[in-house]
Design a protein. Structure first.
Ligand SMILES: [Cu+2]
Length: 176
């Protein structure tokens, strides 16, 4: 649902922009006196800029708190640890099963180029993400609340078969 809405909104604004370009193109051969046009339209500019600044601020406040980057400060050593390595174009994990309700540590690196490491649930909602970099290991700690099969996708275009970088992670029900 969310994805269809985003697609619809994007296509709508692309269509509006295209219409504006087409209009400007066909109107551009008509000559008009510049001064009255300038006086009329320049009056809108401060209002438009104020609106854009307020809108940008609203979008930032409304979306950044939801941003799925986990806070890593103060995370302690954990029992469940997975080594993740990104390759063009697949993931290698030394373990694919973890338990829910206990923190999991992902030690993420790359064997070649930069990859993004995103963890999605069955509804393709992102839960957290990290970065797979060559010659550096990023530590990402996340606690899965719900058991199930999670998808690990690459988030950074890394070449022709980037879309093939899908791996699965099974989260088992919490240990009693
Ligand atoms: Cu990629």
């Amino acid at each position: 649902m969310k994805h269809e809405l985003i697609l619809f909104v994007s296509v709508f604004f692309i269509a509006v922009l295209t219409a504006v370009f087409v209009y400007v193109y066909f109107a551009s051969n008509k000559r008009r006196e510049f001064k009255p046009v300038k006086e009329k339209l320049y009056g809108y500019r401060p209002k438009l800029f104020t609106f854009l600044i307020l809108m940008g601020f609203g979008v930032a406040v409304g979306t950044l708190f939801e941003f799925p980057i986990a806070k890593q400060a103060g995370t302690k050593p954990v029992e469940q640890s997975i080594k993740v390595t990104g390759y063009q174009w697949y993931w290698v994990l030394d373990k694919t099963e973890v338990y829910a309700n206990e923190p999991v540590e992902f030690m993420i690196k790359s064997a070649d180029v930069n990859h993004g490491f995103g963890i999605y649930d069955e509804d393709l909602v992102m839960h957290t993400q990290g970065q797979a970099m060559p010659q550096y290991t990023n530590r990402l700690v996340h606690t899965f609340k719900k058991p199930g099969t999670y998808k690990l996708l690459c988030l950074e275009f890394c070449g022709i078969a980037h879309h093939n970088m899908v791996a699965a992670l099974t989260v088992l029900p919490a240990k009693e």
